[in-house]
Design a binder for this molecule. Structure first.
Ligand SMILES: N[C@@H](CCC(=O)N[C@@H](CS)C(=O)NCC(=O)O)C(=O)O
Length: 340
């Protein structure tokens, strides 16, 4: 059973997410159901509780949540032993204390499963504009657009907001003519309107759509959040300009501003304590500047800035963000081209 979990069970169920889970997972869930009938001196795989139960439960729990919520497929239907085993496991505090929130599990799988559509270039036809579909016009390499993409993922809006990536180097003419006269990304098509500007858009998504709220209620936190959102411009400009001068010296004040800001609220590693839109607004830029300054100047922005270092580490654990990252080699190439 311990061999089966990693070699077969997890792979088959995971693979089924892109096919027909009810059909494709039948053999592996039946295998569990039959295994549970083998020893009848208890409700567990080997009769008594054992490491086998421990090895399976984190996966069975996640698959049950995801298949139930997203595919409306109940893995325990027609499998009474499996149902009884799950019920028994749920009585165990040592396990229940470790359960991850269902919303997080669902979003994690949605993010892992989402394929990136190919960017549209000048030869591509426009989508069926203003047909009621909500579309995020984006570019995979653009840090501004990345802010909105992360927000969409975090709020679990992968199905509600369709990604329409553009090839910015060879943009389709219809984008400027029919969608967004500014001809920039990001832009959101929603309810017959086009909305631009990444900072406005992340707030718009947070206020308009369902999903976890990405700004704290606390007034002091909100005010500081606004200040930090405004500061993104200064941060980005200063970091950019430094690349053509002396990055060690010129980036210090803005990086210290971030470091000091991270001391303000002690109830978490993020800018406002808990994770918020502020973290989303900064991360695409800190990510890029960290890579570029390391690569071109051997300058580490988080060195001797323990709060910034811990923040970056925490951010890297967030899957909704990890899914939106651009390959670091590509980032270096883009910057080198811009700096020439
Ligand atoms: N202030 C805008 C900036 C957006 C922006 O500059 N996007 C770039 C790509 S990263 C773009 O579309 N550039 C195309 C152009 O300027 O023609 C925002 O925050 O959304």
């Amino acid at each position: 059973m311990l061999k089966y979990v990693d070699t077969t069970f997890i792979k088959v169920v995971f693979g089924s997410f892109k096919g027909d889970p009810a059909k494709d997972t039948a053999s592996v869930f039946d295998h569990l159901e039959n295994a549970l009938q083998k020893f009848d001196d208890g409700l567990f795989f080997l009769g008594d509780l054992s490491l086998v139960d421990v090895a399976y439960i984190p996966f069975v729990q996640r698959f049950q949540v995801f298949l139930g919520e997203v595919f409306k497929y109940d893995i325990t239907a027609g499998r009474p032993k499996l149902a009884a085993w799950i019920e028994e496991m749920n009585k165990m505090v040592a396990y229940t204390q470790t359960i991850t929130d269902s919303e997080y599990v669902i979003n994690f799988f949605k993010n892992v499963l989402e394929d990136r559509p190919a960017p549209l270039d000048a030869t591509a036809d426009p989508p069926a504009l203003f047909d009621g579909t909500t579309r995020l016009y984006t570019s995979y390499g653009c840090p501004y657009a990345q802010r909105v993409w992360i927000t969409r993922n975090l709020k679990g809006l992968q199905e509600k907001i369709k990604l329409v990536p553009l090839d910015l180097g060879n943009r389709p003419a219809w984008y400027k003519e029919k969608v967004y006269p500014e001809n920039k990304v990001p832009a959101l098509e929603h309810n017959g309107k086009i909305i631009g500007e990444s900072l406005d858009l992340i707030k718009y998504l947070d206020n308009t759509f369902e999903g976890p709220s990405l700004l704290p209620e606390d007034q002091a936190k909100r005010e500081f959040g606004e200040e930090l959102l405004k500061y993104t411009d200064t941060f980005i400009k200063t970091m950019w300009v430094s690349l053509k001068a002396d990055p060690f010296k010129e980036t210090a004040p803005v990086l210290d501003y971030l470091e000091n800001s991270l001391y303000k609220f002690e109830d978490g590693p993020f800018f406002l304590g808990q994770f918020s839109l502020v973290d989303i607004a900064y991360i695409p830029f800190t990510e890029r500047f960290q890579i570029i300054l390391n690569e071109l100047f051997e300058c580490e922005i988080a060195a001797e800035r323990p709060k910034l270092s811990a923040w970056i580490e925490e951010m890297n654990k967030i899957d909704a963000y990890a899914q939106t990252k651009t390959d670091s080699k590509e980032i270096v190439e883009i910057f080198k081209r811009k700096l020439m």
